[in-house]
Design a protein around this ligand. Structure first.
Ligand SMILES: C[S@@+](CC[C@H](N)C(=O)[O-])C[C@H]1O[C@@H](n2cnc3c(N)ncnc32)[C@H](O)[C@@H]1O
Length: 229
């Protein structure tokens, strides 16, 4: 069944305001994601570091991490985001941070076409995505990630661990599709989960015209769930 998108029903620019409250779960998640991105940059071989971000929002994770990292100027990123206000905010943040290699495009991140010319990437960000799509689509997206990944690429992903914790099955799906776990957030923080997986399989060509997921929205998936989902 084709589910409706909640993009028009939710203010995804305002969603980012919780990042400005340092005590919020979202701010803690952001710090964790930025730290993991920093570790990927620490170990990246010399030369350009190719990044794609699915449903990138305002790009606070990558832009914040790259701005603070000596390899940040090597980042060549495509942030894919549908909300025009968020795209503008990401472009402005990248410009202000002096990161000319970071582009933000207004496009549908669920479609593989959005990554043509930017994939294969060394780092794939899927943050704030898995909580907004069905389990079937999480699995489907993971199964298609090899098309976005260069050899040895890292994927940084998030999903909250509200019981019943879905992250064990997400980790199993990564394992099934050629990824090895590098890092998983300790289970104490239930409001969010963050994982890092490394692609250990053989790269595959990205097939154009494939829908990876339908962005349903956490509020449709789980009525009344608090943010972040
Ligand atoms: C939960 S936010 C996460 C933003 C960012 N990745 C982060 O973690 O800060 C989800 C974002 O997905 C965007 N979005 C929803 N459907 C999309 C689609 N089909 N393609 C691109 N972006 C989409 C929304 O506009 C929103 O900015």
């Amino acid at each position: 069944m084709e589910r409706r998108s909640t993009l028009d029903a939710r203010d995804w620019a305002a969603w980012h305001n919780a990042y400005d409250d340092p005590g919020s779960a979202l701010a803690r998640r952001l710090a964790t994601v930025r730290a993991r991105i920093g570790e990927v940059l620490d170990t990246a071989p010399p030369g350009p570091v190719r990044v794609v971000s699915l449903c990138a929002g305002q790009g606070r994770d990558l832009i914040g991490a790259a701005a603070a990292h000596p390899r940040g100027r090597d980042v060549r990123a495509r942030l894919v985001e549908l909300d025009p206000a968020n795209v503008r905010a990401a472009r402005e943040a990248a410009r202000a941070a002096g990161l000319p290699g970071v582009e933000a495009v207004a496009a549908d991140a669920s479609r593989t076409d959005a990554y043509l010319g930017a994939a294969p990437a060394d780092l794939v960000l899927a943050c704030g995505v898995f909580g907004n799509i069905t389990d079937d689509d999480i699995h489907r997206t993971i199964s298609l990630l090899p098309g976005l990944c260069a050899e040895g690429a890292h994927v940084v992903w998030t999903r909250n661990r509200r019981p019943p914790d879905p992250t064990p099955r997400i980790r199993r799906w990564f394992g099934r599709h050629g990824f090895q776990q590098c890092w998983i957030a300790p289970p104490g923080e239930r409001a969010y989960g963050v994982g890092v997986h490394r692609f250990a399989g053989r790269p595959v060509a990205l097939e154009a015209g494939v829908r990876m997921f339908t962005f349903v929205g956490y509020d449709v998936l789980r009525e009344g769930a608090p943010w972040p989902s």
